[in-house]
Design a protein around this ligand. Sequence first.
Ligand code: AMP
Length: 131
Amino acid sequence: MTGYDDNNIFARILRGELPCGKVHETDYALAFHDINPQAPVHVLVIPKGKFVSMDDFCRNASAEEIAGLWRAVGEVARTLGLVEGGYRILANHGGHAHQEVPHLHIHILGGRPLGPMLEGGDVPPDGTFTR
Ligand code: AMP
């Protein structure tokens, strides 16, 4: 992935240029409802810093920024009542994962049984790939 695009949609949400359904905000993170929810609860948690992806974040974020993002993820899941029933977090990085927005975002999904981790998973039980 290339450099950070200041006009990506989440950068614009962070600057207040576009609205969002805010759930939670700290010095390090903003959480808001996904516009196209894939589960009864589908929230995105984003760092306030300019990080394109998980790889960029893990390489370049400070310890405070890393802790701040993950604390926010845990707090949001707890606040939304997902701890007891269970929830899934995921972050798409790059092309194979279909990352659409080039600002790191952690998806929090829950509110119903979520099924297998990957739709139509093609990895057999012994862990070897077939193609
Ligand atoms: P990803 O494929 O991991 O990059 O996911 C991007 C997510 O951002 C998708 O689930 C979209 O529905 C969501 N999304 C895109 N635009 C907005 C927006 N303006 N507000 C909230 N969620 C959005």
